[in-house]
Ligand binder design. Sequence first.
Ligand SMILES: [Mg+2]
Length: 309
Amino acid sequence: MITKQKIRNFFEAGMIADALGVPVEFNQRDTYTVSTMQGYGTYNQPAGSWSDDSSLTLCLAETLAEKGDADACMTKFVDYLEHGSYTPSGKLFDIGNATREAIFNFEIKSTSAIEAGSRSPSANGNGALMRIAPLAFACLKCARPERQRQIREFTTITHGHIRSIIANDLYVECLRAMLLGMPLIEAMAEAWDVIEVAGYPQKELALFKNIHDTTFAITPRQNIRSSGYVIDSFEAAMWCALNEQTLRGVCLLAVNLGEDTDTIAQIAASLYAAGHLDEQAPPPWRYVLIHTRQEERIVETFAEKFCDE
Ligand SMILES: [Mg+2]
């Protein structure tokens, strides 16, 4: 049974992982070690500050709880970009290029939300992957055609290329299978079975072969790339979630890979947390995480709407 508390825990896991990575984002691997929540660094933010990953996730969560569509979600992204809404301090300090461009297309050029994301193969950063997780809860009881429709719609608002759509489809289906009780490896295999017959081009599907390979966990760390490219980030997050047995361990493994630390940690923590919804991060980390009234209200409303209680 998915309780309100389990949904709160899921959001908190992602936000804590994000906040752990923020001070060291873009740092090269093995030039630093993160072992607890710390402040400042890359963006000079206080400890417990979460980034665009969490801000945009909150926008989607609020949209889903309100039964909003792609346009409603984009309107919240505009509020994030222009007014610093959905941020821990009321001020935006981080946003990806593809997301910024899509918001610009929607707001200034009046492109419809589902057409706003670039279709270019070079616009396949992790910016849509990092915010899509709430859809796994919202689509838990939906039939596959409706799930696929929503995943595509809420992906293309910022990332319109088929690779980003497949990544989100695979990720959301995997999270959903875990919420239904499957362990990560089985959930990923189940998700792959669904994706494989969804009509995607074989050439694009082939790029995801590591992510659903059952032996991927034993890949040596030096072969794991931790860039912001969607495939690299997804692989790195999967590798972390497979190789640690606690939320703390998953977060630290991810944050210490270097480069796109916050996003990879957030995705890794989500992949882990979907199968361990009762587990919370260490109390000192939870204590330091910054909360806002807006964020607490969104998580609470979302939890109320999508719990089984
Ligand atoms: Mg970020």
